[in-house]
Design a protein around this ligand. Structure first.
Ligand code: NAD
Length: 492
């Protein structure tokens, strides 16, 4: 008899079997094998974790920053030592290739490394004699219990946009991973336990909407960091803010990449194929629409269609595979439906990836790279985040028309330009209405020491994850004005 792993919550430094009455299957999207069962934890279990985090907070905030980062150094070493195992877990539950999963974990490690600089990063500043004998000082203090709510597409990296900074700054944390991919964070919780971090500083509770609502409504949770679809990000931001919490919520995207006729077609094609089809298009920084300007139309369309047809699709653990499956059967059906709808609304299908079957993995959620050309502006395929390996092509005559398409969209996560012209690059960088810009780069993912930006319907809040934004988000500023008249001092 096979035994299915029942995932436990990690609360107050120990493993807790959930009392949830509802569990969900964690399914390998390539083999559709059930890997584990995850509890959809009830409010009471979230409350337990929040209370543990609240109890741990006073001691943790009093622990000197130089000591707090020692746990991060240990965690970094453990993450690196276990990187291959964690990457394999990501591939198993999320579907991306092993190379993509390794790259994801390296990004997580990079965030731990940056957060190790917190003793200097969270320093305040002061001014002496703002008036005669009066000094003013700014101190950064932790905010308290912080919650992290993660999406399915980067189970290892996205919690690390926040977690290392939050604890380095002296906060305590509750992580709620995506219920579709809970295994990676479950393993990471095991590594966190090995660092000897004091109990309650990091807690992991699995669940779905009920768990999220419990987080949003608990008065002891002071800050909420969330990444997911725009509708949910908007909801979480609104409810967290209404309850007086600070919140940063990254939403969905519909990223455009513009190809000018002077672009290096070989590099552009390679980079844009990776952008559109990497992680099976399930990235908030995936190019969803390519806009070819003027004479770029034919050479770029021909080259990208060839690259799409050539991409090797299969099980992410198998050697040579360049693209894995999408996350679920529902997601596959939705994506294939959107391709059909795009055609019904006037787009032409140049490469059709629907109905894919992969030998040995016939039941997997595979879709091959798909290209729709002549996507009508304003159509469903133009507006909707497809979140699958589907690239839409649009043709315009000028860079101004391309910029208008970028800027009139609902989302503002990323926009890219491919050109050999410095002047065109500068104009695009200056005028494009998006938070992350790529110039001859197809996935403009900021390094850990820069904020992971995002504008318009791709982000709700003001401070982003990573870098100094994270330090600002996970600290509150206290300003002290002091008067110490000389005559009050004892004469020595
Ligand atoms: P999702 O919105 O379905 O879920 C995200 C999180 O919210 C999960 O933890 C989930 O349990 C929770 N949740 C879902 N529905 C909820 C509800 N009704 N009430 C309360 N909580 C709820 O997102 P997903 O499908 O897991 O992730 C894919 C989405 O995330 C895409 O739209 C993608 O663009 C976006 N994303 C954005 C970024 C970014 O930086 N902007 C990065 C990665 C992913």
């Amino acid at each position: 008899m096979t035994h299915t792993l029942l995932i436990e919550n990690y609360i107050d430094g120990g493993w807790h079997r959930s009392a949830a009455t509802v569990h969900a299957d964690v399914v390998n999207p390539a083999t559709v094998e059930v890997l584990a069962r995850v509890p959809l934890s009830p409010t009471a279990e979230v409350n337990l974790a929040v209370e543990a985090a609240a109890r741990a907070f006073p001691g943790w905030r009093r622990t000197p920053a130089t000591e707090r980062v020692q746990y991060l150094f240990k965690l970094r070493a453990l993450l690196v030592e276990n990187l291959d195992d964690l990457a394999r877990t990501i591939t198993l539950e999320c579907g991306k290739t092993l190379d993509e999963a390794r790259a994801e974990m390296r990004r997580a490690v990079e965030n731990v490394e940056v957060a190790c600089g917190i003793p200097i990063l969270m320093q305040g500043y002061n001014s002496e004699d703002i008036a005669s004998g009066i000094d003013e000082t700014l101190i950064r203090q932790p905010v308290g219990v912080c919650a992290i709510i993660a999406p399915f597409n980067f189970p290892g990296m996205i919690p690390f946009w926040y977690l290392p900074y939050a604890i380095a700054c002296g906060n305590t944390v509750l992580v709620k991973p995506s219920e579709r991919v809970p295994l990676t964070m479950h393993k990471i919780a095991g590594l966190i336990a090995q660092t000897g971090l004091p109990s309650g500083v990091v807690n992991v509770v699995h669940g779905a909407k009920e768990a999220v609502d419990a987080i949003l409504d608990h008065p002891a949770v002071r800050a909420v960091s969330m990444v997911g679809s725009t509708a949910v990000a908007r909801y979480i931001y609104g409810r967290a803010a209404a309850n007086g919490k600070r919140a940063q919520c990254q939403g969905g995207a519909k990223n455009l990449s513009v190809v000018l006729p002077d672009a290096d077609m070989e590099t552009t094609t390679r980079v844009l194929a990776d952008s559109a089809f990497g992680s099976a298009g399930q990235r908030c920084l995936a190019t969803s629409l390519a806009v070819a300007v003027g004479p770029a139309r034919t050479p770029f369309t021909d080259a990208i269609c060839e690259a799409a047809s050539r991409r090797v699709v299969g099980y992410g653990l198998d050697a040579g595979v360049e693209m894995g499956p999408v996350i679920s059967q529902q997601s596959k059906a939705r994506i294939e439906g959107l391709i059909g709808q795009g055609m019904a609304e006037g787009a032409r299908i140049a490469v059709d990836g629907r109905g894919a079957t992969i030998a040995g993995y016939e039941r997997g959620n595979f879709i091959r790279p798909t290209i729709l050309t002549d996507v009508p502006v304003g159509s469903t395929a133009f507006k909707t985040e497809i979140f699958g390996p589907v690239l839409g092509m649009i043709y315009v005559e000028t860079v101004e028309e391309a910029l208008a398409l970028v800027n009139n969209g609902e989302y503002g996560n990323m926009a890219c330009l491919f050109t050999t012209s410095g002047a065109a690059a500068r104009k695009f960088r200056y005028e494009a209405d998006a938070g992350n810009i790529g110039i001859n780069i197809g996935v403009a993912a900021p390094m850990a020491f820069f904020p992971f930006s995002g504008w318009k319907a791709s982000f709700f809040g003001d401070l982003h994850g990573q870098g100094m934004d994270a330090v600002e988000f996970f600290t509150q500023k206290k300003v002290v004005v002091e008067r110490w008249p000389k005559e009050w001092s004892r004469k020595f």
